[in-house]
Ligand binder design. Structure first.
Ligand code: PEP
Length: 260
């Protein structure tokens, strides 16, 4: 698979200077064991600069968890412009995480603006999409995924998806300990790739699709072995270096076997 695996950690609103330093130290001790995959961590904004400096030249990318949807910097108290994330060494930014959508009222249009601004600012957006439990039970999963994707494609154009990342995160699986089955994950990922392919098959094939939702060391290998799953977006399990590295190791084993 030419896309390669990406394992991303979303630290959410957790950590302190001391605990982040310990977490990064733990990651630095193990990251050399995973040369065939890409690894990304998304600390709280306040700590991005320190985490980036601590990582130094080690192969761990740093990303923001959120950004402003404003195109230009200015009088937007409390907001972060894409250029600021870039300035402190971020390569990626999460866009439209379900907690942003549900707790902070980000709708499809706002998420689409953020995707556009991230791209304009030289960042790789990790676009998070996914259905709620009620939507899945009402057989609305594909309708919701298509609506969330189409909003971004309409605003940014399919060309903006070149090398972008889409994370499929069923809302009912985030932080709940409940994981999508391998069949559910693969079906949703294949559907997402199909929506992208309807716009541009080549680009669709280049987009890395991550699964997110209660990924742990003991379920990562089976999820990552799905044809259209190119890695994971990891919340809770990214806060402990051994657990996160074990998830990375699952991707590493698969990546190495594909290379062989
Ligand atoms: C997330 O927040 O993106 C996530 C997947 O969280 P968790 O792994 O804790 O379910």
């Amino acid at each position: 698979m030419s896309r390669g695996y990406l394992v991303a950690g979303n630290w959410k609103m957790n950590g302190s200077s001391a605990s982040n330093a310990a977490l990064v130290e733990g990651l630095l001790r193990g990251i050399a064991e995973c040369p065939a995959i890409d690894v990304l961590v998304c600390p709280p904004a306040l700590y991005l600069d320190a985490v980036r400096r601590h990582i130094g030249a080690a192969p761990i990318a740093v990303g923001g968890q959120n950004l402003s949807d404003e195109r230009e910097p200015g009088a937007y108290t409390g907001e972060l412009h894409a250029s600021m994330l870039n300035d402190v060494g971020c390569s990626h930014v999460l866009v439209g995480h379900s907690e942003r959508r549900t707790l902070y009222g980000e709708n499809d249009a706002c998420v689409a603006r953020k995707f556009v601004v991230a791209r304009a600012g030289g960042l790789i957006p990790v676009l998070c999409i996914g259905e709620t439990l009620a939507e899945r039970e009402a057989d609305q999963t594909e309708i919701v995924l298509k609506r969330q994707l189409d909003a971004v494609i309409a605003a940014a154009g399919i060309g903006a998806f070149i090398n972008a990342v889409v994370a499929y995160e069923p809302v009912w699986a985030i932080g709940t300990g409940r994981t999508a089955s391998v069949e559910q994950a693969q079906a949703a990922h294949a559907f997402i790739r199909g929506v992208l392919a309807a716009n541009d098959a080549k680009i669709a094939n280049s987009v890395r699709l991550l699964y997110g939702g209660s990924v742990k060391a003991d379920n990562a290998a089976s999820l990552f072995s799905c044809e259209d799953v190119d890695g994971g977006l990891i919340g809770g399990a990214s806060l402990k270096a051994p657990e996160f590295l074990a998830i990375c190791a699952s991707a590493q084993i698969l990546a190495a076997s594909l290379d062989a």
